[in-house]
Write a protein that binds this ligand. Structure first.
Ligand code: CTP
Length: 483
């Protein structure tokens, strides 16, 4: 049995909760703390979110104004009259006050029809029993836990259930399907069988939810300690096929002439778990999730060598734009980062398998730039073989690649390097307008530096420029100064 007393004391002693208590008392309006803050405090869990939710049996604006007056008269209150909610943001804490309500939904929208209700009505319209526990902020029973749907019991048994019939709870608001998966993955809770069945039955209804909210939940699942749990659940419910169908295509093992390949869906989930042990970077976790996305479109069977996936990184990185666009994800530097890491994701492996030349290392450092460390992390996470010896061998190969990178980086300073001769300089030397020739000459200098044929400095680059330019029939102006 959870000893709730001490935990609740900790919650109600929080500054903001105390201000809300004083405010609701001074206007004699019954008020309770609810939602995630109560759940997390009962679980002794450090809260990731800084939201505090309150339910009040009266006007939400009257309470919000009283709170504002007590904290800072200049604070802004955002009101959503239709839903009876008022928000105040103070010191990065989101204070949400909701007028106790009953809700009913219609099937084509997430937005409920709202009418006033009592505390029980309000707890009943919530998503899960573990989120439908209230703590009283009223003198008559201050600090008392109000738990009409046995949420505490479900917290103890680590199970996610709905306060009323799962069918109603989910069809009321299908975002709850994703929230349920997220809570299960985040808290390591089981989903109650009847709820899981209702999730499967209602999965198509996520189509009425805005993409931004869907991605918000996917990101939260990706940021859990073991995201594979959440993704396996999404798969079981049928949501992978709806949300990221190209991930669904990674599923399955094909066999020809007794030769099989691995199931790339489960391999991918393993890679996501592996990377999650070493980084919290959301976009690197996305790169892990999508790193093999190009495999189904590049899969071939070769009688001599078996299954091949040539060019899957290139194909995959090209697919990522559509995936992001469909999910209305940012089409900015985060997209470019994921595309780049996926595109380069096999390069270090090739280096680890063959005898590594300095030139290959230099090229990798140049192409990966700032992303080199993330790329290596992904490559190490990509090792999912159960064979211990092989695993050791691969990891050791990457150690060697890392050492080589360190040596070459320190010596040649290739990362983010700019060739010592610019396009503008090439144009002035050969009296050229912007043209293909300028690009070719620039590329030759860059390649010669990366291949170690010349030093990464002006004099050697200038000599090469004259030589290559002359070969192309260009005439240099004499006695040119460096520009
Ligand atoms: N809620 C709900 N249905 C939703 C969203 C929220 O019933 N689709 C209710 C739940 O009671 C939830 C509360 O509103 O606990 C607050 O929601 P939110 O702040 O989104 O989530 P938390 O449960 O507080 O979880 P966290 O902040 O940790 O993500």
């Amino acid at each position: 049995m959870i000893n709730t007393n001490k935990k609740i004391q900790k919650l109600i002693k929080q500054n903001i909760v105390d201000v809300v208590y004083k405010s609701s008392t001074s206007i004699s309006q019954e008020t309770y703390v609810v939602g995630g803050a109560v759940r997390d405090c009962l679980m002794d869990r450090n809260r990731k979110s800084s939201d505090l939710d309150f339910v009040t049996l009266g006007c939400e604006m009257t309470l919000a104004n009283e709170i504002k007056n007590k904290i800072n008269k200049n604070l802004k209150i955002s009101r959503f009259k239709k839903f009876g909610t008022a928000h105040i943001n103070f010191n990065e804490i989101n204070i949400e006050i909701v007028k106790a309500r009953k809700e009913s939904y219609n099937s084509s929208s997430r937005n409920p029809d709202v009418e006033p209700g009592n505390l029980l009505d309000d707890l009943k319209r919530r998503d899960f029993t573990i989120n439908a526990i209230a703590v009283s902020l009223n003198d008559k029973n201050f600090g008392e836990l109000i738990d009409p749907f046995d949420g505490l019991n479900d917290l103890e048994n680590k199970v996610i259930k709905t306060p009323t019939s799962p069918e109603i709870t989910l069809s009321d608001d299908p975002l709850r399907i994703l929230r349920g998966v997220r809570f299960s993955s985040e808290l390591n809770f089981e989903i109650d069988d009847s709820l899981l069945n209702a999730m499967i039955k209602n999965c198509d209804r996520v189509k009425i939810i805005s993409k931004e909210r869907i991605v918000d939940e996917i990101n939260k699942i990706l940021l859990t300690d073991k995201p594979s749990n959440g993704f396996k659940l999404l798969d079981k419910i049928g949501l992978i096929q709806i949300l990221i169908p190209s991930l669904n295509k990674l599923k399955g093992i094909e066999e020809i002439e007794g030769i099989t390949h691995k199931d790339n869906f489960y391999h991918t989930l393993q890679v996501v778990d592996n990377i999650s042990r070493v980084t919290n970077k959301i976009w690197l976790r996305w790169a892990a999730l999508l790193h093999d996305i190009g495999k189904p479109n590049s899969k071939r069977f070769d009688k001599k060598i078996g299954w091949t996936f040539h060019g899957h990184e290139y194909i995959g990185s090209k697919m990522i734009f559509e995936i992001f666009k469909k999910l209305k994800m940012p089409l900015n530097s985060s997209l470019k980062y994921v595309q780049k890491v996926v595109m380069l994701s096999s390069r270090p492996i090739i280096l680890s398998e063959n005898i590594v030349t300095d030139s290959a290392i230099r090229r990798l450092i140049y192409d990966a730039g700032e992303e080199i460390e993330d790329l290596l992390m992904l490559c190490e996470a990509d090792i999912t073989t159960k064979n211990k010896k092989r695993r050791e061998k691969y990891l050791n190969n990457f150690k060697i690649v890392r050492q080589k990178i360190k040596i070459v980086e320190e010596r040649d300073k290739i990362r983010n390097f700019q060739p010592p001769i610019s396009g503008k300089f090439i144009m002035s030397i050969f009296n050229l307008k912007p043209s293909r020739e300028v690009g070719i000459l620039k590329e030759k200098i860059k390649d010669a530096i990366l291949d170690g044929k010349i030093e990464n400095e002006y004099k050697s680059a200038f000599e090469l420029l004259l030589k290559e330019g002359t070969k192309m029939g260009l005439k240099p102006k004499i006695n040119e100064e460096k520009v």
